[in-house]
Design a protein around this ligand. Structure first.
Ligand code: XBP
Ligand code: MG
Length: 254
């Protein structure tokens, strides 16, 4: 049985609840700036989250949700150009401090560092979105706390494919058995499980009804000493908020 050596975090929905009030808002700002009358409502965006990757999500919308939308250029180029502006608006949102970390995330990351656990990120989002979120919430130096920030187009296939986790493991020269993954969605857990990583889930508004079969534990949040989590599936033993000791037991016993 391998010892727990590293924690690999997803970003959107896991470190912070970024989708509804962050990415979705930035997409709509980019559509408005481009003169498009598109409005990704909270509900529609929930449907569009079936695909990971902002560029891929724009393409899904054009090809599957719009009736005869006339495009006089290649849809991939169109999506990439629109997505560039969306990222600009999203980075502005992050810099404004509009997106806080989820409950327990800062405490758990600090505890993991004190315990000498290695940290990494595996996400579908654009790399700048990660460094700006970390800088805005934990300070610029926090970027270096993560040995690897595996993000976006760095791999050919995005989640639910395992590529982004496999790439991070390779960069860290670690076997999946020595790690735990932290996710929030069906696409995310499919990706981490396909990379043979034991996975801890924290759900959010968009993912609470997803099928997390195969996850080691499903919670509503990591919690704090004065704010207990709710176990939605799995066994958290005697713990009521996520600590490094709990993670070590979860890693050993699942
Ligand atoms: C979530 C995603 C990303 C974001 C939008 O990634 O699928 O596409 O929704 O970010 P994860 P971009 O849960 O793996 O962090 O527009 O930069 O793709
Ligand atoms: Mg996610």
């Amino acid at each position: 049985m391998s010892k727990l050596e590293a924690l690999i975090f997803d970003v959107d929905g896991t470190l912070a609840d970024t989708e509804r009030d962050g990415h979705r808002v930035a997409f709509n700002q980019a559509f408005k700036e481009a003169g498009l009358d598109w409005d990704w409502t909270v509900e529609l965006y929930g449907e569009l989250l079936q695909v990971t990757g902002g560029k891929e999500r724009i393409r899904l919308y054009v090809e599957k949700f719009l009736e005869n939308f006339q495009l006089d250029e290649d849809v991939t180029e169109f999506a990439a150009r629109l997505h560039k502006r969306k990222t600009y608006f999203y980075l502005e949102l992050l810099q404004s401090g509009a997106i806080p970390l989820r409950s327990g995330v800062e405490r758990l990351i600090n505890e993991a560092r004190e315990a000498g656990l290695r940290l990494a990120i595996s996400t579908t989002t654009t790399p700048a979105n990660v460094t700006y979120l970390l800088s805005a919430t934990l300070g610029k130096e926090s970027i270096d706390w993560f040995e690897v920030i595996a993000a976006g187009d760095i791999v050919p296939a995005k989640k639910p494919a395992p590529d982004i986790y496999d790439w991070a493991l390779e960069q860290m020269n670690l076997k999946p058995e020595a790690c735990l993954a932290f996710e929030d969605s069906l696409n995310g857990v499919k990706s981490s499980l396909a990379a043979n990583l034991k996975t801890l889930i924290t759900v959010n508004g968009y993912t609470k009804d997803d099928d997390f079969s195969g996850a080691a534990l499903v919670l509503d949040q990591y919690g704090e000493p004065d704010e207990s989590f709710t176990v939605l599936d799995g066994d958290a033993g005697s713990y009521d908020y996520v600590t490094v000791d709990m993670l070590k037991e979860l890693h050993a016993n699942t």
